[in-house]
Design a binder for this molecule. Structure first.
Ligand code: ADP
Length: 492
């Protein structure tokens, strides 16, 4: 196995403010652990209010010069940042797996996905077009322009420690804003690696700042960002409960906020589906990242006539997964991020079994110990079970049975969440009917993989507000200004 012994040379285990590596004002630090072994990787600063204020001040200072650069010049910096990432992709993937646990093959995909946001938004930043509107008065002209907002805050989760940082920072910076980022406490190193590469790419000091903190510091850092008058917008990816809390914190200053929150994705297999494709899609959509994504298949709905065959086939596939350290060759399922996550998976499986679910495979902590959980398949799952109401965030497939399209849609929409939904069907009429009926921001038809920088990612209902990625994703980081130009006169 290839567990690194030291951090890459471009990254220091410190915060990153105004282009400088720095300790917390308090001098305190907390440990970052390898979730697969529980061993310490390094310590990073426990930053708080004054560190966050310092980062905001640095971003504010950097803003006038950054916003007045041409979009093409900013694009050049973002392209250089992407190139630095791609040149180091193996090392970045290794670091990501070390602190997060996912198989390194998945980390490599994530690093390319993360870099793609810089490339994409380097282009989109050059296309933040305005408008002219036929005027309401003869001597008047109406112009509409999109402008950057100023200092913006980003708060990111641990399940995609690199891509969630770039999915926010790339559009924010491309539009001319300066960012203060708080990465998740479990996975700050991938964000700090990006900070180190920012230096190399020529990102000016203060344009991108990273404030690290332990779990206990998150609320203070969050409050400093939401309450500070210089911070104009917050972008958050994480749990619905924290998202709502941050939104409440934005009320006083009427601060804008984008939220990418929890999901409860239905994955529907109709009896006219390509069976093998649906099986492959379910595997990747359920077990990728050990089920720890907000777009993971949370409820797998299978039509009566193919139900038993599908359950059997999925169980056989789940048995082929290889749990282990993500840096080990051949491993396809990493550990869960932390003991708290393991407790949740155990609670949800126990509740389902107590209410009549059938255990097809797994159902226990894995013999590897730590936070490993066995790849698990449950059938006969019903809406009364907590596992259909909460995000599992673990390697547990919960299979429900349905008889017709109307029942599938009703079951799928029976949740307060609305991030992604998936279904498999070869019937073109059904494809349109179901895609339109699902109450989600994202629909995968005949695929379990929908993430790409070129498409809008985001949810409806309690899964969030706003979109990331695509041409739409940059709009959330700009403000519209209407300029009314009067006194044009009639000329001679
Ligand atoms: P999870 O339960 O998956 O860790 P969270 O929503 O708790 O999801 O975490 C996502 C991000 O939000 C992390 O960076 C975390 O530190 C941060 N966070 C957690 N609690 C708060 C809070 N009260 N205020 C601001 N950020 C928070």
């Amino acid at each position: 196995m290839n567990i690194p012994t030291e951090l890459p040379e471009y990254l220091q285990p410190l915060g990153f403010i105004d282009g400088q590596w720095c300790a917390a004002v308090s001098g305190a630090a907390f440990e970052v652990l390898d979730p697969a072994t529980g061993k310490k990787i390094t310590s990073v600063p426990r930053m708080g209010e004054s560190d966050t204020e310092r980062a905001i001040a640095a971003a504010h200072k950097a803003y006038p010069a950054w916003r007045t650069m041409t979009a093409a010049a900013r694009a050049g910096v973002l392209e250089a940042w992407a190139a630095s990432m791609r040149a180091r992709s193996d090392q970045l993937a290794q670091l990501l797996t070390w602190e997060q646990g996912k198989p390194v093959s998945e980390s490599k995909v994530e690093i390319e996905y993360a870099a793609s946001f810089f490339s994409w938004f380097a282009g989109e930043g050059r296309r933040i077009y305005g408008d002219t509107i036929p005027p309401h008065l003869p001597d008047t002209r109406i112009l509409v322009m999109r402008q950057p907002m100023g200092v913006v805050g980003g708060i990111t989760p641990w399940n995609f420690p690199s891509a969630m940082v770039t999915r926010k920072s790339a559009p924010a910076l491309a539009a001319g804003n300066c960012m203060v980022l708080k990465p998740a406490e479990s996975t700050p190193l991938s964000a700090l690696a990006l900070a180190g590469l920012a230096l190399e790419a020529g990102v000016p000091p203060g344009v991108f700042n990273v404030v690290t903190g332990a779990r206990e510091d998150a609320a203070v850092i969050g409050e400093t960002l939401t309450s500070h008058p210089l911070v104009k917008k917050i972008g958050f990816t994480g749990s619905t409960v924290v998202g709502k809390h941050l939104m409440a914190g934005c009320v006083d200053g009427l601060k804008k906020i984008s939220l990418e929150l929890g999901g409860n994705a239905p994955f529907i297999v109709f009896d006219d589906a390509d069976f093998e494709a649906a099986l492959a899609g379910a595997m990747i959509c359920k077990y990728r990242n050990t089920g720890q994504t907000c777009i993971s298949a949370n409820r797998i709905l299978v039509q009566d006539s193919i139900h038993d065959r599908f359950v059997e086939a999925l169980t056989a596939r789940a048995a082929e997964l290889v749990p282990g350290h993500g840096l080990e060759d051949g491993v396809s399922l990493g550990p869960l991020i932390e003991p708290r996550a393991l407790d949740k998976v155990e609670r949800l499986v126990a509740d389902a079994l107590a209410k009549g679910a059938r255990l097809m495979i797994g159902g226990n902590r894995h013999s590897l110990g730590g936070t490993y959980y066995e790849p698990t398949v449950l059938s006969d799952v019903t809406p009364e079970m907590d596992i259909t109401r909460e995000e599992v965030f673990g390697p547990v497939a919960a299979i429900m049975r349905f008889s017709d399209e109307a029942e599938a849609i009703a079951l799928a929409n029976d949740t307060q969440y609305g991030l992604s939904g998936y279904f498999y069907s070869r019937d073109v009429g059904r494809v349109f009917r179901v895609a339109e009926a699902l109450e989600t921001g994202i629909v995968g038809v005949n695929t379990g993989l929908i993430s790409t920088e070129i498409a809008p990612f985001g949810g409806v209902k309690e899964s969030g507000i706003g979109r990331e990625g695509s041409k739409y994703g940059i709009e959330d980081w700009t403000e519209i200004k209407y300029v009314c130009l009067a006194g044009i006169g009639e000329g001679s």
